[in-house]
Design a protein around this ligand. Structure first.
Ligand SMILES: [Zn+2]
Length: 441
C-alpha cells in the first residue's frame, strides 16, 4: 500500500472507514481495513498513514463553471465601477489586446495552486474564442497539460461576444475567419466542450440559431455542450427551452449543461412548470453560480430587488442534476473569491434558502458529486477502483463543513498527499476557560 487513511467519516454518513490506496487507486475501503492489512502484512515501512480521527473525508471539490483566462486579472486595465455584467464584458474587451500568453499562463497556474490548497482538483473553465489570435486558448491548453498530474482542467470553447454577433475583422481587419470558424479552430486544437452565449446574440432568433448551430457542431464531433444561457433578469429569455429541444433532437442527452439560467428566477411559474419536465426529459443539467448571480442580477431593480439565482431546489426536486460553480475570482466581474467551493456552496445555500438538513447536504453535493457527473469525470469517488483523490476536512460532516467553510487538512491526488494545512484553532487566554477552540460542535 502507498497510503492508508484510517477512521474517516464519509459524506453519506458511514463512520470509522479506512481507505487504502495502491498505484493511484483505492484498493480497499470499509471498516476494519487497517487491521486486516496489518494482519496480512500489506503495509510497507514507507506506507503513508493518516489518522482521520472521525473527520469528514470527501472526494475532491469540483468546479463546474469557471473563467481561468480572466482570473486574477483584477484591476487590469481598470476596475468595474458599476459591477454589472455588461461593464465586465466591456472591461474584458479592453484587457484582451494587452494579454500575453506568459501572463495568462502564470495567473492560471497561480489559481490552480490556490485550488489545490482548497482541495479543488477538477475545474471546467470556459475560454474565450472571440480573438483572432486565440491567445487564451493556446495558453489554457498549455496550462491544462502542465497541471494534468494534479488537477483535471476541462476547457469549454466560449464565444464571449456571441458566435453570430462577433466580427473578428473588427479586431484584425485581415482576418477572414468568422467567430464560428475561430470556435471550431479551438476545438481542433483540443478544447473539450462546445460553449455559447445565446442571450448575448443580437436577437432572440439569433440566440436560438446559435444554440442550434453549436449543438449540431457538438453532435458532429461527439462533444459535450455547456452554454452560458439566459444570464439575464428578462423572464422572456428562454434559450434553455431551445437548448433542451436541440439536445433531444440531436441525441445529446446527459451531455448538455445550461449555465446560469438566471432568467428562470423571474419567469412565470406556469411556464416553469412546463420547462422543468422538458429539461429532465432532455437530460440537460444546470449550473448556478451563486456568488456571481447574487451580485450581478437584479441590477436594474429598485426595491424589492430580485436575487436572480436560478431555481435550484425546484430543479433538484424534479431530478435535474444541479451544481454550483465559482465562475469568477478576482476578475472583471468579481473582486473576491479564493477557489473555496465551500464558500460557493454556502452562498448557494443562503440564496436558495436550502436550510433543511437534507437540502444542506445537497449543497455539499453541488460542489462535489453533481459537478463530477456534469463534467463526466471518470473514476471520481471513494469506492474501490476509483482514483485515490480525496480531501480531509476539519469537520465531522458536510453540514459542519459548510458552516465552518472547513479547513482542508489533507489533499490527496492519486494516492499521494499534495497539500496539507495545520488545523484551524484559536488559543485562548481566559481564566477558567479552555485553552483553545476550533469551532466544531
Ligand atoms: Zn461564466
Amino acid at each position: 500500500m502507498d497510503l492508508l487513511i484510517t477512521g474517516a467519516t464519509l459524506s453519506d454518513g458511514r463512520k470509522d472507514i479506512d481507505l487504502a490506496a495502491r498505484d493511484g487507486h483505492w484498493v480497499a475501503v470499509g471498516q476494519g481495513v487497517a487491521a486486516r492489512l496489518q494482519a496480512e502484512r500489506a503495509l510497507r515501512p514507507d506506507t503513508q498513514i493518516i489518522d482521520a480521527a472521525g473527520q469528514l473525508l470527501s472526494p475532491p471539490f469540483v468546479d463546474a463553471h469557471f473563467h481561468m483566462d480572466a482570473t486574477l486579472s483584477l484591476g487590469l486595465p481598470r476596475l468595474n465601477e458599476s459591477g454589472t455584467l455588461l461593464e465586465g464584458i466591456a472591461l474584458w474587451g479592453e484587457l484582451k489586446p494587452h494579454l500575453t500568453q506568459e501572463a495568462l499562463i502564470e495567473r492560471a497556474l497561480r489559481y490552480c495552486d490556490w485550488a489545490v490548497g482548497k482541495g479543488l482538483l477538477a475545474i471546467r473553465s470556459h475560454v474565450d474564442t472571440c480573438d483572432p489570435r486565440l491567445l487564451a486558448v493556446e495558453a489554457l491548453l498549455e496550462v491544462k497539460r502542465r497541471v494534468a498530474p494534479y488537477l483535471d482542467l476541462q476547457l469549454v470553447a466560449f464565444p464571449q461576444d456571441g458566435v453570430l454577433r462577433y466580427q473578428p475583422a473588427r479586431d484584425r481587419p485581415d482576418c477572414r475567419d468568422t467567430a464560428f470558424d475561430l470556435l471550431k479552430k479551438a476545438l481542433d486544437m483540443g478544447v473539450d466542450v462546445v460553449g455559447g452565449i445565446p442571450h448575448f446574440e443580437r436577437t432572440m432568433a439569433d440566440g436560438a440559431a446559435s444554440v442550434r448551430l453549436l449543438c449540431e457542431e457538438a453532435a458532429r464531433r461527439g462533444l459535450r455542450v455547456d452554454m452560458h444561457c439566459d444570464e439575464t433578469d428578462d423572464p422572456m429569455s428562454r434559450h434553455i427551452e431551445t437548448l433542451a429541444f436541440e439536445t433531444q433532437r440531436l441525441g445529446l442527452q446527459g451531455r448538455v449543461n445550461g449555465s446560469h439560467l438566471t432568467s428562470m428566477h423571474s419567469m412565470d411559474n406556469y411556464y416553469v412548470s412546463k420547462l422543468l419536465p422538458l429539461m429532465l426529459e432532455a437530460g440537460v443539467s444546470a449550473v448556478a453560480n451563486p456568488l456571481i448571480n447574487i451580485t450581478i442580477q437584479g441590477r436594474h431593480d429598485s426595491y424589492p430587488k430580485r436575487r436572480g439565482m436560478t431555481r435550484v431546489p425546484e430543479m433538484l426536486a424534479q431530478g435535474i442534476p444541479v451544481a454550483f460553480g465559482h465562475d469568477c475570482v478576482m476578475d472583471p466581474w468579481y473582486s473576491l473569491g479564493s477557489a473555496d467551493m465551500l464558500e460557493v456552496a454556502q452562498m448557494g445555500l443562503h440564496v436558495a434558502q436550502m436550510t433543511g438538513q437534507q437540502a444542506m447536504r445537497q449543497c455539499f453535493a453541488a460542489v462535489t458529486e453533481q459537478p463530477a457527473r456534469i463534467l463526466g469525470l471518470q473514476g471520481y469517488g471513494l469506492k474501490v477502483g476509483d482514483r485515490a483523490d480525496a480531501v480531509l476536512l476539519q469537520a465531522r460532516d458536510p453540514v459542519e463543513a459548510l458552516r465552518l467553510r472547513a479547513n482542508r487538512l489533507q489533499v490527496v491526488r492519486a494516492g499521494r498527499v499534495i497539500s496539507h494545512s495545520a488545523p484551524a484553532q484559536a488559543c485562548l487566554q481566559l481564566p477558567g476557560r479552555p485553552a483553545s477552540v476550533d469551532w466544531r460542535a
